[in-house]
Ligand binder design. Structure first.
Ligand SMILES: *Cc1c(COP(=O)(O)O)cnc(C)c1O
Length: 368
């Protein structure tokens, strides 16, 4: 098809975008996507399969997902009236939020941040403003406040903890943003299971605050279930955009079961947090990388005097897949992100990294 025709068919922002790429991880130790590495205990798995037998797969799912919403309210200690907007992953909630905004709206997010905010904003033709974080990946408050004042964003995304940096932004900074933001502020708590910090308790104080969560990082990435909490009048509007059957019956049944039996998931996340400490300390022991503190299930690190892409390729060659952020440039130049895996996977990663750092030649000039 000719470029001319394409440019008549589609918006220029769409043509300029590239699709979200996921690396092929076949036969690799997969430490690239913040997945929980552990499978379900045998007994739990048996009981789960039993509950699936009663799933009426010939019928449409419950459009309100009532059983699942009660399980979510219970696990988040919310009152029985709290509304919940469900999404096919929080990615879909990001899409629902942005679809609801006026056509000329601006969307603001700190960078480096979660790429999907920008991706979806661009796909919908919205103005996306990425505001750089400070050197230590904190919110650059003077710049943030100025941008909010000048550009009046309809929506601000703040990932807490942030991906890919792993840190929790200063809570008071977020409260300041909430008080000056002219529109919605979405605190994305995808990594809450590893963080021990949340803005759910602030929902009652700020009617422009929305808290977004997901079951993906807790250990159910394959299910695709995200949810949004906040002001009932706002959720009511957003719910009009949600497709009626966006959460399928198997997801509803499985997520409800998992939340009702969440002890094993909590044990798994505890193990991941302990492993995070071990991996962090081991990374600190290398003298040619800088490691950034993490409140999530991954760690960001930067190679010094060594090309991160070569380190990444060497790890891949050794069968370990992590995430190379270096091509994104700016503050992420020479940055790599490793997801915390099972103990033996983490050890294999550390061994492979030791080899990769030794093998990588000293970088003399910039490759990109
Ligand atoms: C992984 C991630 C999500 C997406 O989660 P899904 O529910 O799997 O779509 C959202 N926000 C952040 C910051 C993430 O890292």
């Amino acid at each position: 098809m000719s470029d001319l025709l394409l440019s008549q068919l589609f918006r220029p922002e769409l043509l300029a975008m590239s699709a979200y790429k996921v690396s092929d991880a076949l036969n690799m130790i997969k430490l690239d996507a913040m997945e929980n590495p552990f499978i379900w205990p045998d007994g739990i798995q048996q009981r789960w399969l039993e509950t699936l037998k009663s799933c009426a797969i010939n019928r449409y799912p419950d459009p309100e997902a009532r059983a699942l919403c009660s399980a979510l309210r219970k696990s988040n200690q919310l009152n029985p009236e709290s509304p919940i907007l469900l999404g096919n992953g929080s990615d879909e909630i990001i899409q629902i939020l942005l679809m609801a905004l006026p056509a000329a709206a601006s969307v603001l997010a700190p960078e480096p941040g979660f790429v999907m905010y920008k991706q979806v904003a661009h796909s919908l033709g919205l103005n996306y403003l990425g505001i750089p974080l400070t050197e230590s990946f904190e919110l650059d408050m003077p710049v943030m406040l100025q941008a909010i004042k000048e550009r009046q964003p309809a929506l601000i995304f703040l990932a807490f903890p942030n991906n890919p940096t792993g840190n929790l932004f200063n809570k008071n900074d977020i409260l300041d943003i909430l008080s000056v933001a002219p529109g919605l502020v979405v605190v994305d708590e995808a990594y809450e299971p590893f963080a021990d910090a949340s803005f759910i308790g602030q929902l009652a104080n700020h009617e422009n605050l929305l808290v977004m969560r997901t079951l993906s990082k807790l250990g159910l990435a394959g299910l695709r279930l995200g949810y949004l909490l906040g002001n009932p009048t706002i959720l009511e509007q957003l719910n009009k955009i949600r497709l009626p059957y966006n959460i399928n019956s198997l997801t509803q049944a499985t997520a409800t079961f998992a939340l009702d039996n969440a002890d094993f998931l909590r044990e798994q996340t505890q193990t991941i947090c302990q492993q995070r400490t071990i991996v962090f300390k081991s990374l600190q022991a290398f003298n040619n990388i800088t490691v950034y503190p993490s409140s999530a299930n991954f760690i960001l690190f930067k190679t010094l005097n060594v090309d991160a892409t070569e380190v990444f390729e060497s790890l891949k060659h050794q069968g370990v897949l992590i995430k190379n952020l270096s091509p994104q440039g700016k503050q992420l130049k020479n940055c790599l992100r490793v997801t915390i895996g099972a103990p033996h996977e983490n050890q294999l990663f550390l061994n492979a990294l030791e080899k990769a750092l030794k093998a990588s030649p000293i970088q003399t000039d910039s490759t990109y």
